[in-house]
Design a protein around this ligand. Structure first.
Ligand SMILES: [Zn+2]
Length: 194
């Protein structure tokens, strides 16, 4: 298994819809193993294939949940049904989201409290579950990646303005930017001594 570089916002692979997986073969399973390895090295709770530069509809996750889903898993070619999203302003303390492809930044965003997801395991067997709370957020965030959408694309006007400014200040809106989990400093300060 290999830890792959994580692609940073600005690269086209993150901003276009990913393609459906058609072959459930050993290459797919190797890719998924690499995604788990990369997600763990990056201290992430989820990782979508476009984030390692692969434009396929797959994501992995590791998130303890009370829903009828594994704590660690992956889903291929998912279809997402999203519950209602309130119009309220997001809470900066309780609803701040981050993304490994927008390293070091975090902005609040309203998400649906409930989703249903259906797709396939790495052998092409149908799987699916319902998710609630923060686990539902993880499903929505990772699913968005497969449609070429980042959480910063969903922010309200106030937070979108701040995010745009910060992203510009980082000099990211260009192709080819990556960081290497386990080598580069952890962008969210995980795994470091307090
Ligand atoms: Zn992300």
């Amino acid at each position: 298994m290999t830890v792959r570089p994580v692609v940073i916002t600005g690269d086209p692979v993150l901003h276009r819809p990913a393609a459906k997986v058609t072959d459930f073969n050993d290459d797919l399973r190797t890719l998924i193993a690499d995604m788990h390895e990369t997600m763990d090295a990056a201290n992430g709770v989820g990782l979508a294939a476009p984030q390692i530069g692969v434009g396929l509809r797959i994501f992995t996750f590791v998130f303890g949940n009370d829903d009828d889903a594994p704590d660690r898993g992956e889903i291929v070619n998912p279809v997402l049904t999203v519950g209602k999203i309130t119009e309220e302003n997001p809470d900066p303390d309780e609803e701040a989201e981050g993304c490994l492809s927008v390293p070091g930044l975090s902005y609040p965003l309203k998400r649906a409290e409930w989703v249903k997801i259906a797709g396939f395991d790495p052998h092409g067997v149908p799987i699916g579950w319902e998710a609630t709370g923060w686990f539902a957020r993880v499903m929505q965030h990772e699913y968005d990646h497969l449609d070429g959408k980042l959480y910063v694309d969903r922010l309200n006007t106030k937070w979108a303005r701040k995010a745009k400014k910060a992203i510009r200040a980082e000099g990211w809106p260009k192709a080819g930017g990556t960081w290497q989990p386990g080598v580069d400093q952890d962008p969210f300060g995980h795994g470091e001594e307090a």
